[in-house]
Structures are given as C-alpha cells and as structure tokens.
Design a protein around this ligand. Structure first.
Ligand code: FES
Ligand code: FES
Length: 154
C-alpha cells in the first residue's frame, strides 16, 4: 500500500492490519507520534488525517491510503518550528514532552476547523490528550495565543 505522510508518498510493506502508529514509527521511522497506551485513550499518538485529528494507534494504516497524513514533524517549515510549536515552547507548555506531539497536532486540527476557538473549545478539543506534567493551563494558553495571532481571536 501507499501512504502519504507529511507530503511524501511511501510504499509500505507492513501487513494490512497494522495500526498506522506502528507503520509510522517502525517502518517509516517517523517517531513524533508517541506510543502511550496503544488503546486510543491517551492521545500521544495523534496525527492529522486530511486535517482531522486521529489517534493513530487504533487507526489501520490501510484505511488512510490516498489521504494526507500529517505528524508533528510535518508542521515545521524549512526546519523552523511553526507558530503553534513555538508557542508551546514560549509558554512552557511542554515539560517531559511525551504528550507534546499529540497535543500540538490535536490543537492544529482544532485551529484548522475553528480559528476562533475559545478556551472551552480548546479544552474540549484536547480532552482526549493526557498530560501528566503541565496541568494543562499553559497548553491552553499557547493554543489561544496562536488562534488570536492567526486572526481568530479568543
Ligand atoms: S497511544 Fe494512541 S491513544 Fe494512547
Ligand atoms: S509534558 Fe509531560 S506528559 Fe505532557
């Protein structure tokens, strides 16, 4: 099967029923999406599929053939952090960093569909992404800051 990840199409050899997360990490070496619970419950493995956040540990890779998969690596531009990644750094929204790739990707998905997202929207959109370090407030601040800067206001 073919998978398009971060704008590059790969010929993938993993068995048909392999979860997308495993194809990304183990076959393609794209390790931004993290393997946390492997049961759809922590959000660490979140990627975008055609702009929508998806937990890749319970998504079969073959189901996203012919669609555009974006991981946290694909958000950076020319080796520079994108505005959301930079806001996480600036706001101290990443500590151990394990949840961060999934958080950033889930937040990007929210801002793509609702640039005007307010705090309740952000908290709801990130409710499936668990963080044991930050207490969430700095993450929410970072997302709201970027939404406002992109013209959505908050
Ligand atoms: S590793 Fe996928 S949701 Fe936890
Ligand atoms: S920064 Fe450690 S789990 Fe979120």
């Amino acid at each position: 099967m073919n998978l398009t990840v971060n704008g590059v199409t790969h010929e993938v050899e993993s068995p048909l029923l392999t979860p997308l997360l495993d194809v990304l990490r183990e076959e393609l070496g794209i390790t931004g999406p993290k393997a946390g619970c492997h049961q759809g419950g922590c959000g660490a493995c979140t990627v975008l599929v055609d702009g929508e956040p998806v937990v890749s540990c319970i998504q079969l890779a073959r189901q996203v053939q012919h669609r555009e998969v974006t991981t946290v690596e694909g958000l950076a531009r020319g080796g520079e952090l994108d505005d959301l990644q930079a806001a996480f750094v600036r706001n101290g929204a990443a500590q151990c960093g394990f949840c961060t790739p999934g958080m950033v990707v889930a937040a990007e998905g929210l801002l793509l569909r609702n640039p005007s997202a307010g705090e309740p929207d952000v908290r709801e959109a990130l409710a499936g992404n668990l963080c044991r370090c930050t207490g969430y407030n700095k993450i929410v601040d970072a997302v709201l800051e970027v939404g406002a800067a992109r013209g959505g206001g908050s």
